[in-house]
Design a protein around this ligand. Structure first.
Ligand code: AMP
Length: 597
């Protein structure tokens, strides 16, 4: 396809506002795309490379302005381009406003094309710039490295602009600067692929999840249909998008799922690790269909990708070694890399610094120790596990590591680990896990739906990062219960009350037993025992003297307590030595907070 035809289509799409019209226009583009389909499926989204590829054009806006200026003629400078951009705000508009062509220069004839010599292709003349050529040229631009690479990049771009009509220049400039913005997103491309090649949208969606490659999925949908899409699997070496979490509370988790799978939320950076003892099989260059594919990961046993699917294998040699030492079968792992010092996590910026490190990795490795905490398994020993429920995936994760537990013992390393996944419906147990995570210097906990499968790229309700308690109240202790067993000599559960306006009477609204260490129980018992008024069996009545700060997730109306309210998931946060009961929170405030929820 001529690049001009693509540019005209992009211009048409830009004029449309209804999603259905946009999808329909993209559908027609795909149906006519021929060999250019994989490239067009990306260009139309403003992507140059497949989503799994960590390649970038790596060209700053200023170099792009420079290329535009050179193609626009001797009277135009990069500053002029920038000035115009400041006025119009759209680099496409600016590029389209110049009359390109006819500029001789080092790069004018690269790309093998009919450069604009004798020129004036700007705006009118037919030219022969094709979609495939633009893809190849941009690939070359991305590949330029080392000293003088920016000049090479400018040359390539200049040559392209020099051959472009104004419509072409508009979308070329936007493509290069990742500012396509014609209203075509991933969903549009998914739907248009399904419509153009008459395959179910679910089949397209699944293939996109495993391959992370819009171009390849469109090609397979067209050439091999639904069965071809179904045959697309994860590839060892090709990253998929990470499953994401949204913020949520323990109440959200237990209300929705009855039980929650609870894990520490490690304070580090996300990694996806691909391992195959026989060498990673994904060789992008083999795929043939796509001229931009040259960044294969083949011949390596391990590839590590960041959350943005950047290849971070080289900066993290110890993680690669760790995995290669311990695993003996192919696997794709999801996890967190944490920087530690004497076993304690360092701020996650330390890990990111390691991710970015290109030189002197050996020294960086000595300076900052990294540990891996794997928490999920997407593939094990030839089997894709995306549709396998979480607990089973976690079992598979343990088994890929356990197979090598002997070598674990050999080098005595215990720091790196597989996460512990606790499935429970008990908020207290969840609070304990959270307290342990915080004690160990991590961020808190993740709550996961035990029935959930792995959805790449989705920020859904199946993974919740627990929000800290939204509110806290200062409440008066008006009763308690003696503990049991090991805690029999301590007061254990504390009855909490809110002050009624006058401050002389108190109404109960909950009990707190969570978030208190054994040491604290001893101290609290000493503090409260002198105020005990009455004892009946395990229960004691306490004079309103001591104020606790208590965190909670929600205030509910409830007949259980005399205030008519109850706290959901109350947690002891501390004693308010500085407050007397008269300045504790009032029932009126509790009512107001309940109303505001
Ligand atoms: P956030 O970055 O705040 O959106 O939180 C989600 C991130 O927490 C994930 O992308 C992971 O990098 C990180 N994380 C730490 N521990 C876990 C875990 N056990 N399960 C899932 N994600 C985790």
């Amino acid at each position: 396809m001529q690049f001009g035809e693509f540019a005209d289509t992009a211009a048409e799409i830009e004029e449309l506002s209804a999603d259905t019209d946009i999808t329909e226009r993209v559908t027609r583009l795909f149906a006519q795309a021929g060999d250019d389909l994989p490239v067009l499926a990306r260009f139309v989204q403003g992507r140059v490379f497949p989503a799994w590829s960590s390649r970038t054009l790596d060209i700053g806006p200023n170099y792009c302005y420079e290329a535009i200026a050179r193609a626009a003629g001797a009277n135009v400078s990069a500053d002029d381009v920038e000035d115009r951009l400041a006025e119009v705000g759209d680099v496409g508009e600016v590029a389209a406003s110049y009359d390109f062509g006819g500029q001789q220069g080092l790069g004018a004839f690269t790309g093998g094309g009919a450069g604009g010599a004798g020129g004036g292709s700007g705006g009118t003349d037919a030219n022969d710039l094709t979609v495939a050529e633009v893809a190849v040229e941009l690939d070359a631009l991305a590949a330029a490295e080392g000293s003088g690479s920016q000049d090479k990049k400018i040359d390539v771009l200049f040559a392209l602009f020099n051959r472009a009509s104004s419509a072409e220049a508009r979308y070329l400039a936007r493509l290069v600067l990742s500012e396509m913005r014609i209203g075509v997103g991933e969903g549009t491309v998914r739907d248009a692929t399904a419509d153009a090649f008459e395959v179910p949208v679910e089949a397209v969606e699944r293939a996109l999840q495993v391959s992370n490659d819009y171009g390849e999925v469109a090609r397979v949908a067209r050439d091999e249909g639904e069965s071809g899409l179904a045959a697309m699997d994860l590839e060892l070496g090709r990253p998929v998008q990470a499953m994401l979490a949204q913020a949520g509370t323990v109440a959200d988790a237990l209300d929705d799922w009855d039980e929650a799978a609870v894990e520490w939320k490690y304070d580090g950076a996300r990694v996806q690790i691909h391992y195959d003892p026989d060498g990673l099989s994904w060789d992008a260059a083999d795929d043939g269909a796509d001229p931009t594919r040259s960044d294969a990961t083949a011949d390596r046993e391990v590839a590590i990708f960041s959350r943005n699917m950047e290849d971070v294998t080289d900066p993290l040699p110890e993680i690669a070694e760790y995995v290669a030492d311990r695993l003996d079968r192919p696997a794709i792992l999801d996890g967190e890399v944490v920087a530690t010092e004497d076993g304690d996590p360092l701020p996650f910026q330390e890990v990111l610094r390691r991710f970015r490190r290109k030189h002197d990795v050996a020294r960086a490795r000595e300076e900052v120790e990294l540990d891996l905490f794997a928490f999920d398994c997407l593939h094990a020993a030839g089997e894709d596990l995306l549709r396998t429920p979480l607990p089973e995936r976690h079992d598979r994760l343990k088994s890929v590591f356990d197979a090598e537990s002997e070598s674990d013992a050999e080098d005595g390393s215990e720091a790196s680990a597989v996460s512990s996944l606790h499935i429970t419906d008990d908020p207290e147990e969840i609070a304990e896990i959270e307290a342990e995570a915080l004690d160990a210097g991590h961020e808190g906990i993740m709550l996961k739906n035990p029935d959930s499968t792995y959805s790449p790229g989705r920020r859904g309700k199946n993974w919740l990062k627990r929000k800290p308690d939204v509110e806290s109240l200062d409440l008066v202790v008006t009763g308690a219960e003696w503990g049991e067993g090991r805690r029999a000599s301590f007061l254990g559960t504390f009855l909490l009350s809110a002050r009624v306006e006058a401050g002389e009477s108190f109404e109960t609204l909950g009990k707190v037993a969570t978030g208190i260490t054994d040491e604290e129980l001893e101290e609290l018992t000493e503090l409260l025992e002198p105020h005990v008024r009455k004892q009946e069996g395990q229960e004691v009545e306490i004079a309103p003297e001591v104020v606790f700060e208590v965190g909670y997730e929600e205030i509910q109306e409830s007949p259980t307590y005399s205030s008519g309210y109850a706290l959901r998931f109350p947690r002891f946060l501390g004693v308010r030595d500085d407050k007397d009961p008269e300045s504790a929170d009032s029932l009126a405030r509790v009512e107001r907070l309940a109303d505001e929820q």
